[in-house]
Structure formats: structure tokens, C-alpha cells
Ligand binder design. Structure first.
Ligand code: ADP
Ligand code: MG
Ligand code: ZN
Length: 486
């Protein structure tokens, strides 16, 4: 990705929205189901009919407490709901119930690792709010400017939404991407959301400013919307940094505004001037009581935390995987589970890690499936690793056997036999062949006896030929040396 030019520094803060997959909506009993026909999961509360009253969803509050706990936040005992007022057709109440001062969680952190360099990114706040409905612009391309008319679907209106806001601690597009990826992993591990960027159950807004290195004041920021993948976030930020530096370097000023990322052109364009929080006329929601999350609740959540991605990676590294491999394994619960089980049963960690992240992943990709659908078991890995350790299979042959196992041809031993890849690891059998070969080459044997080790390679080659390549070359070499008294 683009390198930030000498003398400049970028400052980035990210706001992330995560839709919680609770059974019902945030303030009413409507189901949360994204496959439904339009406007079938609605009621007077989420359609904002006069007189309808909201009731907070306990499961959603539990979800945000879980997120805040995983992000090392302080969970406030008392927090408040506010009305954030604005008009848009997909917002039936003309305000969104959100939080302002006193959010549920504050002061957390995420550590991200870019090229082996850990960076701490502060989490300013994590607050609870509700999603809006969806506007469907009918006409070419689904864009508002080309539409003849717009349809509204309120199924999403009132779905629990958690917003996670970082401190302006991010400095590069790579760090921003790593942050997004780690947050996504954490949310998925907690099981509170599927956090899919393409489908909008996780959405990023990136705030960017630039400044001369050595200054501590923040520059004027822009906020980028419409980044639908980690890669577009990284590209959008890189573009925006470059654009702002260009503006400032040529004597211009950056305008505080919201900009739209265009995936096709690879550019951001001005969308609207940035609204200030005063514009929303925030005031405390009169229809909801303050939210109390007592110590018992916080402790219960803490005690039920799953192993988080960073902890899993650390454990995989401790078990013998290198950092990069641990990262790859940790991204797939299935691979991590296979690794764990195989290593616990005595398989060599490095070998298993390299098979899983190498051959297994490549095989799944080649046949167009996911690793979850392969029928590989930890027992297969243990058996295969043992065959390599015992000298029954060479490292290369083991990979061929693994491919056979993945293709469903049987267990490792069965596949190795069918493919005729088993090495002769019976030392008696090899000794007999070595004796024959030495008998045919007395001069070579004599040279080795007198201290010249050059003919060893030649003799190993002869033995390998005589065994059809099935002897363990290391063992052959040892036996030759022993026979020559060296
Ligand atoms: P909003 O965008 O709703 O007004 P905030 O003022 O809380 O919300 O800021 C949103 C995000 O912008 C935060 O992640 C914050 O760290 C980041 N941010 C604030 N000022 C700057 C700046 N000058 N440059 C880059 N990021 C900034
Ligand atoms: Mg914002
Ligand atoms: Zn409803």
C-alpha cells in the first residue's frame, strides 16, 4: 500500500457499527431476521406509531457488555439512552435511540500487530443504539440519483446496533485494516454477530486527517463512508491520506466533510458537510429508564468470556507454531482445533501447522470448498506425523499422502500403501541392501575407510536405486558410515 511521504503523518480513528444477532429487536419484540419479506418484521414500536413505548432488550445489553469486556473497557454501572434527532425516510421516529454521555462501555483497547510491531489502539467508547430501516432505490444501479422511486423496508428498523469508536491512535492504512480484522474476529468469537462486511452486519466509517510530523495538534478530518470490505477500507484511507497531503502541500485547506468511497474509481468524493453533534439536538430519552448493569452482571459476563483471538494465537505460538502460522490457524476455529488436538496427541507442532496452513488450505481452495467441509481428522494428522517421525514416509511423500487423505481415499497408512510410498524403515532390510552395494564397490568402501567421505553420496544413491527409492536416505547413510567404521 501507499507509503506516507517523509515529513507527514496520518491520524485515523474508526467508528464501527455491529448489528447484534439477538432473537428480537432492541426496543420491541419483532424478530431479527434478514431473509424476511419486506415489512413483515414490524410493529407499532419500530414503525413509531404514536403512543408505542420502547422496552430495552436484555440480550442486546448482554451482547454489548460482552463486547466491552472483550475490549478491556470499563463497563459503566449506570448509562443513559438519548434521542439523536434527524430526518431521513428510513428513520420512522425521526430520531434514533442512541447513547451520548454515559455510554455502556468506555476506555478500552485493542492491540494490533502489523509486521511484528504491536500497536495499542484505544477504544473511546462502545455504545448501544438501534439500526434504521432500508431504502431501496429502484432504477438503474440502485443509486439514489438514478432512481425513479424509493421503497422502504422497516424490517431492519430497531435492530440492536453497537457502535465502537476508537481514539485517533491509528497511523497507517495497514494498521486500520489490522484493527478492523481483529475487531471482526473478536465479535465473531463472542458469537454476538456474524460481522459480515458485505452484508452490512459490520460497517466501518474511517476518520482521517494528516499533519506534519512533530506536531501534536490534530488536523481537520474527513469521514469516509461506504467501505464494504477490509481491503476497501485500507485503499480508501490510503487514497484520502494522499489527497489531503496534496491539498495541504499546495497551500489549500482540508474541508471537514463526509466523503464517499467509490470502489470502482478508487477515489473518495465529497458527500455532505460534516454534521456536528449539536445538529442532532441530543436529549435524554424520556421513555426509557437509565440502564443499570450491576457487578453481578459484569462478573457473570467476565466469567463466561470465550478464549479471545489474541489468547488463542498466543497459545498456538506456545505450542510451537510461528506467529504467522498461528495467525492463519486462529482465523479458522476448525484448523485451530485440529492443530490443538493433534499436538496434544503427540504430533510435532511445526509439521502439523505447516500441513494445515499449507496443503490443507490449498487443497480446499483447489476443489472450491471450505476447510470446514473437509473430512480431515486430528487422528489422521497424528498418524501421518508418526509415520514421518518413524521414517516410514519422507516429508515429500507425506504431502502426497495428505492429498490422498483429503480426497477421501482413506486413512494415511492405507493411502501410503495404495500409492506405494512407504519407505523401508526396517534397518535389517536396509542393512542387507547396503551389504550388497558395498560388495559391488570395494574401492569406494576403501576410500571411506581411509577418511574420504566423498563416495558416501554415491553409495547412498546406489542403495536408493536398489530399493526403488523407498529406503530412508538418512538411515542408509548411517548404515554405510557404520559399515565403514566411521
Ligand atoms: P462523530 O464522527 O460522530 O462526530 P467523534 O467526534 O467521536 O464522532 O469522532 C469520531 C472518530 O473520529 C473517532 O474515532 C475519533 O478518534 C476520530 N477523530 C476525531 N478527530 C480526528 C482527527 N482530527 N483526525 C482523525 N480522526 C479523528
Ligand atoms: Mg462519525
Ligand atoms: Zn417492532
Amino acid at each position: 500500500m501507499s507509503v506516507i511521504p517523509e515529513g507527514w503523518e496520518a491520524v485515523i480513528g474508526i467508528e464501527t457499527h455491529v448489528e447484534l444477532q439477538t432473537r428480537s429487536k432492541m426496543f420491541c419484540g419483532c424478530r431479527v431476521d434478514f431473509g424476511d419479506d419486506p415489512n413483515t418484521a414490524v410493529c407499532p414500536v419500530c414503525l413509531a406509531l404514536p403512543g408505542a413505548l420502547p422496552v430495552a432488550n436484555e440480550a442486546a445489553i448482554d451482547g454489548i457488555v460482552r463486547i466491552g469486556t472483550a475490549l478491556d473497557c470499563t463497563i459503566n454501572e449506570r448509562s443513559l439512552f438519548y434521542r439523536k434527532n434527524y430526518f431521513y425516510p428510513d428513520l420512522p421516529k425521526n430520531y434514533q435511540i442512541s447513547q451520548y454521555t454515559y455510554p455502556v462501555c468506555e476506555h478500552g483497547r485493542i492491540v494490533v500487530d502489523v509486521d511484528g510491531e504491536p500497536t495499542v489502539i484505544g477504544i473511546t467508547r462502545v455504545h448501544m443504539e438501534e439500526d434504521t430501516g432500508k431504502s431501496l432505490h429502484m432504477g438503474e444501479g440502485g443509486r439514489i440519483q438514478d432512481a425513479d422511486h424509493t421503497l422502504l423496508d422497516f424490517n431492519r428498523a430497531g435492530v440492536p446496533l453497537v457502535e465502537i469508536v476508537t481514539e485517533p491512535d491509528i497511523r497507517t492504512p495497514d494498521q486500520a485494516r489490522a484493527y478492523g480484522a481483529e475487531l471482526q474476529r473478536i465479535v465473531r468469537t463472542l458469537g454476538v454477530s456474524d460481522a459480515r462486511l458485505e452484508e452490512g452486519s459490520m460497517r466501518f466509517d474511517a476518520n482521517i486527517s494528516v499533519r506534519r510530523t512533530g506536531t501534536s495538534e490534530l488536523g481537520t478530518r474527513t469521514e469516509i463512508k461506504n467501505v464494504n470490505s477490509l481491503r476497501s477500507m485500507q485503499r480508501a484511507i490510503a487514497f484520502e491520506i494522499e489527497r489531503q497531503i496534496e491539498v495541504l502541500a499546495t497551500g489549500g485547506t482540508v474541508i471537514q466533510e463526509t466523503r464517499h468511497w467509490n470502489e470502482t474509481t478508487g477515489r473518495t468524493t465529497a458527500m455532505r458537510s460534516k454534521e456536528e453533534s449539536e445538529d442532532y439536538r441530543y436529549f435524554q430519552e424520556p421513555d426509557l429508564l437509565p440502564l443499570f448493569i450491576d457487578e453481578q452482571w459484569r462478573d457473570r459476563v467476565k466469567a463466561s468470556m470465550p478464549e479471545l483471538p489474541a489468547q488463542l494465537r498466543a497459545r498456538l505460538v506456545a505450542a510451537g507454531a510461528d506467529e504467522r502460522t498461528a495467525g492463519l490457524l486462529a482465523d479458522s476455529p476448525l484448523l485451530a482445533g485440529l492443530f490443538d488436538a493433534a499436538v496434544r496427541a503427540g504430533a510435532e507442532a511445526k509439521t502439523v501447522a505447516s500441513w494445515l496452513t499449507g496443503e490443507v488450505v490449498a487443497y480446499a481452495r483447489r476443489v472450491g470448498t471450505t476447510v470446514d467441509e473437509l473430512s480431515l481428522t486430528a487422528e489422521h494428522l497424528v498418524e501421518l506425523a508418526a509415520m514421518v517421525a518413524e521414517g516410514e514416509l519422507s516429508a515429500t511423500a507425506a504431502k502426497q499422502v495428505l492429498a490422498g487423505v483429503l480426497a477421501g481415499e482413506g486413512g494415511p497408512r492405507q493411502v501410503a500403501e495404495t500409492m506405494d510410498l512407504l519407505q523401508i524403515s526396517d534397518s535389517g532390510a536396509i542393512e542387507a541392501v547396503v551389504a550388497d552395494v558395498l560388495g559391488e564397490h570395494p574401492d569406494a568402501l576403501e576410500k571411506i575407510r581411509s577418511g574420504d567421505s566423498k563416495p558416501i553420496g554415491f553409495l547412498v544413491g546406489q542403495v536408493m536405486r536398489a530399493t526403488g527409492g523407498k529406503a530412508d536416505p538418512k538411515m542408509v547413510q548411517e548404515i554405510i558410515r557404520r559399515s565403514a567404521g566411521r
